[in-house]
Ligand binder design. Structure first.
Ligand code: FES
Length: 137
């Protein structure tokens, strides 16, 4: 084996190891935490839910973020970002949800509008009856 053959074999080996490591370590780390199935009510007169008395406010309950849009509608989606499970916040100005961990954004329906998340947040049905807001789905 001459020097050129030796260097070729070493180079090929290093490339194979590097590619193998990258394939294992560079794959997308997107996870989709399972969104809860819920059926509960929030008393809007309860001080714990006072944020929902203001347009743009939101609260968390049972794995769900419940928000009041700037137009006064109630919306609810799963609170765990579908990228790596960090809790999202509601942003009234854009009427959507934002994950500060890596910047994923979601529409008010929970649909992904910006990655790295690739799965939608689960959307829940909200029904207002008097001062009771029911969330299910
Ligand atoms: S956990 Fe990564 S964007 Fe939300």
């Amino acid at each position: 084996m001459d020097r050129k053959e030796f260097l070729y074999l070493v180079g090929t080996g290093v490339a194979a190891i590097t590619i193998g490591a990258c394939l294992g370590g560079c794959k997308k780390t997107t996870t989709s935490p399972s969104a809860p199935t819920v059926n509960f009510s929030l008393n809007l007169a309860d001080p714990a839910n006072s944020a929902l008395g203001t347009n743009g406010g939101y609260v968390y309950s049972q794995g769900v973020i419940v928000a009041r849009t700037l137009s006064g509608a109630y919306i609810a989606v799963s609170q765990a970002c579908t990228h790596q499970g960090v809790t999202v916040v509601y942003q009234g100005g854009s009427n959507g949800f934002y994950c500060s961990a890596h910047g994923s954004t979601f529409a008010s329906s929970g649909a992904v509008t910006g990655g790295p998340a690739s799965s939608n947040l689960k959307s829940y049905t909200t029904t207002l009856s008097g001062s009771t807001l029911h969330i299910s789905g």
